[in-house]
Design a protein around this ligand. Structure first.
Ligand SMILES: CC(C)(COP(=O)(O)OP(=O)(O)OC[C@H]1O[C@@H](n2cnc3c(N)ncnc32)[C@H](O)[C@@H]1OP(=O)(O)O)[C@@H](O)C(=O)NCCC(=O)NCCS
Length: 186
């Protein structure tokens, strides 16, 4: 599955992406905005492990800008009573920041999550200092739902987490509330 909008596309991860993924991800300025499982330094082995784990997953993508791999984006399905919800996650290599790339990528994967995978809700938490990511989500129609105060321990300090979500527009129009299966995860 490939999702395309202008010169930005989302495509499945490939084993051969590992060196480039490590090059993009090996940056403290990226890791400080993500969970601790995203290491620094970020090695080619880290990249290979990640790719092997997720390359066959229907909602983990490499982001390409003008045909070049520039970052990753994913929807992780939640479990149990939250199974109609997915958590969105993303990062972009620093040379590509502030060109509108992630806004396009978030719009693409959100639409795919609702229309193809059938999620009712897509959400995420952003650390209070990550203004760029909050801006991206707001530009893509996500709503700030609340603040989880002092919930994040990062870099030896406690931070607030800002929670954002978007609801499948079909549900907001009052239809499609059946417990339909989420398609093709895995
Ligand atoms: C956050 C991130 C994904 C943004 O991607 P991007 O492609 O640069 O985002 P866009 O260019 O689409 O939009 C960024 C917006 O934030 C704004 N912005 C950037 N830095 C900002 C700052 N320090 N303060 C306020 N606004 C800022 C930009 O001006 C732009 O808004 P505009 O279109 O109104 O001008 C990217 O910086 C990144 O990968 N960061 C590290 C990993 C990360 O934070 N992941 C998300 C975890 S929740």
């Amino acid at each position: 599955m490939e999702l395309v909008s202008g010169n930005i596309s989302l495509r499945p991860l490939r084993e051969s992406d590992a060196p480039r993924l490590a090059e993009l991800a090996n940056n403290e300025k990226i890791g400080r905005n993500l969970r601790d499982g995203f290491p620094f330094p970020y090695t080619i082995e880290d990249a290979s492990d990640f790719i092997r784990h997720f390359m066959h997953h229907s909602s983990f993508f490499a982001i390409e800008f003008k045909g070049e791999h520039v970052g990753n984006i994913s929807l992780s399905p939640c479990e149990n009573v939250y199974r109609r919800t997915a958590e969105i996650g993303y990062f972009l290599g620093e040379p590509y920041w502030n060109k509108g790339i992630m806004t396009a990528a978030v719009n693409l994967i959100t639409d795919y999550g609702f229309r193809v995978l059938g999620f009712a809700r897509i959400h995420t938490g952003v650390y209070e200092y990550n203004t760029a990511s909050q801006k991206v989500l707001e530009k893509c129609g996500y709503t700030k739902e609340g603040i989880f105060r002092k919930s994040v321990f990062k870099e030896g300090q406690l931070w607030d987490e800002v929670r954002y979500a978007k609801i499948n527009p079909e549900l907001e129009q009052g239809s499609g509330t059946k417990d339909t299966q989420v398609a093709g995860n895995g």
